[in-house]
Design a protein around this ligand. Structure first.
Ligand SMILES: Cc1cc2nc3c(=O)[nH]c(=O)nc-3n(C[C@H](O)[C@H](O)[C@H](O)COP(=O)(O)OP(=O)(O)OC[C@H]3O[C@@H](n4cnc5c(N)ncnc54)[C@H](O)[C@@H]3O)c2cc1C
Length: 394
């Protein structure tokens, strides 16, 4: 494993750092936004996206002719690390830049790329992801939202849930079932949905930290024109897989939700600490160092042209462990009053269970590690080969 940046990686890191140091004053200061109130400061976040776009930093891995920087995943990780270091806000366009854009670049038409890509990059249009449903999350291929052919378009009916940012998004990537007579992965189709279409109802869900980050989305006789189909009917799983790979990459880092130096400062200010609290802080620090080496391992593999697989799962497990240990440490240092008063540490404590679920739950990451690292047999799934309409649903 090579821990050091190569000469070109070091030059890219230096360029990113200079840009961020020179422009961070233009970014909104409610940095990690742990309370999940994405609508707060929306205009400021869009403005920051515009700054990134104007300076060529909006999409590191998109090809240059589509407005990206044309670089690889290693540079993406370096950029993410530098954003965390500079305490830059998380992107308002995560779904657009990390998922919708790559799907359109790989599977869309020239018209779709022309119509959507630059508005995604500039932050003019915000996108959300309408994949999960009340009975389709970890087993995403079980979605039951139906899209039926109707003239030169489609009519969609169903319900989505946990749709982050749907309440302020202009467009969505949507996964719907167009054929129930074939096995579950084969009958899905991928659409672009205009969120202002008649029949789309967005209902925000209130979280335990008081925020309303995600929503239920009801689709009632929603018409989608053929021009909004991405890939062919029945190819939705293949298109969605492009977006999920990017989602895993986006979620692998520390998400800017936490800075170890803040925890160490807090611990120093509250000396002397009881042994069990010192132990917690030391554990959080150890997880953070492990995470650094896991990231280095991923970057080393990517630099060698290999695709990391189980490393992504193990990294996500390490991230959530580090965040929960850090939050536990801070709350133990601050005492019971920190549980009732608003503040960054209680926010981190309350937001972390969601991070353990989103982008693939802890259990699903463990399944992947079991299969890909330990070589255990793949989990049996009898519904995989059956026509979807013959699968028993609970
Ligand atoms: C913060 C956050 C943001 C999100 N944003 C979006 C979004 O923008 N768009 C979107 O479409 N979705 C989004 N989601 C939904 C997310 O993708 C799902 O919550 C996730 O995939 C889990 O699905 P589920 O909630 O249906 O749980 P289920 O899949 O029903 O799982 C329930 C429990 O069973 C366990 N389990 C399930 N299957 C297995 C298995 N095979 N082996 C072992 N254990 C298993 C799980 O680990 C979990 O503990 C978001 C979720 C969160 C928390």
């Amino acid at each position: 494993m090579d821990l050091a940046d190569s000469a070109t990686e070091a030059a890219f890191r230096a360029e990113a750092r200079v840009f961020l140091e020179g422009n961070i004053h233009l970014a909104p200061s409610d940095l990690a936004d742990p309370a999940g109130e994405w609508e707060q400061g929306l205009a400021a976040r869009k403005q920051w996206q515009r700054v990134l776009y104007d300076n060529g930093w909006a999409a590191i891995t998109w090809p240059a002719h589509h407005g990206g920087r044309g670089l690889g995943p290693v540079e993406q990780i370096i950029w993410n690390q530098e954003c965390v270091r500079a305490r830059a806000p998380s992107s308002i366009s995560i779904v657009g830049i990390g998922m919708a854009g790559p799907a359109l670049i790989e599977h869309g038409t020239d018209d779709q790329r022309e119509r959507y890509l630059s508005k995604i990059l500039s932050g003019e249009e915000i996108w959300c992801q309408l994949f999960s449903e009340p009975d389709a999350g970890s087993d995403l291929a079980s979605v039951t939202t139906r899209a039926e052919r109707d003239g030169d378009g489609w009519v969609v009916n169903g319900q989505k849930v946990w749709s982050s940012g749907a309440h302020f998004s202009q467009r969505a990537i949507l996964l719907a079932r167009t054929d129930a007579t074939v096995p579950k992965h084969k009958g899905l189709t991928f659409f672009v949905l205009d969120m202002q279409s008649p029949g789309v109802t967005v209902r925000p869900l209130r979280q335990m930290n008081g925020g309303a980050h995600f929503n239920e989305v009801f689709l009632d006789q929603v018409r989608i024109p053929d021009t909004c189909l991405v890939g062919e009917p029945g190819e939705g799983w293949r298109v969605a897989t492009t977006t999920l790979l990017h989602e895993r990459m986006t979620l692998g880092g520390s998400l800017g939700l936490f800075h170890m130096e803040d925890l160490i400062d807090l611990a120093r200010k509250h000396q002397p600490l009881p042994a069990h609290v010192r132990d917690l802080v030391a554990r959080a620090y150890t997880y953070e160092r492990c995470l650094e080496y896991l990231n280095a391992r991923i970057m080393s593999k990517l630099s060698a042209g290999e695709i990391p697989t189980a490393e992504g799962s193990i990294t996500k497990l390490a991230v959530t462990r580090m965040l929960s240990t850090a939050a536990d440490s801070a709350l133990a240092i601050l005492g019971s009053s920190s549980l009732t008063e608003p503040g960054p540490w209680i926010d981190l404590f309350l937001v972390n269970p969601g991070i353990r679920i989103g982008g693939g739950t802890d259990n699903i990451q463990k399944n992947m590690a079991a299969e890909r690292v330990l070589g255990l047999p793949r989990e049996a799934d009898e519904s995989r080969e059956l026509p979807f309409n013959q699968v028993r649903h609970s």
